[in-house]
Each structure stands twice: as structure tokens, then as C-alpha cells.
Design a binder for this molecule. Structure first.
Ligand SMILES: [Zn+2]
Length: 164
């Protein structure tokens, strides 16, 4: 999580909503990415999706059953879906996202036994720092930074749609 938080901080410095993700296999970080939606103009450029793509490329295997996806903010429906598609063994996240979270808050894609793959989920790891990064980011935007999306002026940490 320390490394995912570092990715989140780097994303914030680049003007992105601060969300970071790493993929770990056998205790080794095989991929690390931050949210890149603003820089790329790509609505799917969430940290988790980017990190899963990198991990699959690095490992030469689209199936990541032995991998743990570590992310600073609860995955949105798209990213929980990406973790499902990659058959990720475990998901560890920091701050819960009551507006878009799909691994426990609104949905639990990772634990839905109707799907043909489920992942173990651990919530709340490094949650305070992850949430503090989001709070600081959106506070700075309100102070005149402009630019990044905080739809409807959502309170920090509860942003949605702005998930990473
Ligand atoms: Zn996402």
C-alpha cells in the first residue's frame, strides 16, 4: 500500500485525482500506476486498469490468479470488472468509495458468486492516508486549481466518477 500511495501522490502532482495501484505477485511489485484520466483524456485510464495491463504484459499472462491488486481507493465497477476479467486472486484497497465502490460499498463484484471468478477482498488498508490525499486534492481544486473533474463539486473523498 505504501507503493500504491506513492503512485497516488505522483498522480496528484500531475493534476490527476490521486489514486494509485500496484500489482503484487509473491511479494514482488510487478506493476505500479496512477490515475491518468486527465493526461490521456481516456475515461478508462484508472490506476487499476493500467496496473493490471502492465502486470499481464510483464508476466506474459492475462490471468493474474496469483496476483494481489493493491489500490488506494475502492475499485469502481469498471476496475472491479477488470480485476474479475484478470481473475485476480486478491484485492486490497484503502479508502472506501460510497459513491462508486464496487468491492463492498455499492456492489461487491469481487464476491458475487454468480460470477465465475471471485477475489478475496481486504478493505481499509492505509485508508486514512488515501482519503487524506483525496481530500487535499479536491480542497486544492476548490481553491482555484480548476481542471480536474469533481463532478458537481462533490466533497472530497466522495467523488465518484472521479475514481481511479
Ligand atoms: Zn476504476
Amino acid at each position: 500500500m505504501v507503493e500504491a500511495l506513492a503512485e497516488a501522490r505522483a498522480a496528484a502532482e500531475a493534476g490527476e485525482v490521486p489514486v494509485g495501484a500496484v500489482v503484487v505477485v509473491d511479494g514482488v511489485v510487478v506493476a505500479r500506476r496512477g490515475n491518468e484520466r486527465e493526461r490521456t483524456g481516456d475515461p478508462t485510464a484508472h490506476a487499476e486498469v493500467l496496473a493490471l495491463r502492465d502486470a499481464a504484459a510483464a508476466l506474459g499472462d492475462r490471468r493474474l490468479r496469483d496476483a494481489t491488486l493493491v489500490v488506494t481507493l475502492e475499485p469502481c465497477p469498471m476496475c472491479a470488472g477488470a480485476a474479475w476479467a484478470a481473475q485476480v486472486g486478491r484485492i486490497v484497497f484503502g479508502a472506501a468509495d460510497p459513491r462508486a465502490g464496487a468491492t463492498g460499498s455499492l456492489y461487491n463484484v469481487a464476491a458475487d458468486v454468480r460470477l465465475n471468478h471471485t477475489s478475496e477482498v481486504t478493505a481499509g488498508v492505509g485508508a486514512e492516508e488515501a482519503a487524506a490525499l483525496l481530500t487535499a486534492f479536491f480542497a486544492s481544486r476548490r481553491d482555484g486549481g480548476g481542471g480536474a473533474s469533481s463532478p458537481g463539486g462533490e466533497p472530497a473523498g466522495r467523488h465518484p466518477g472521479a475514481t481511479g
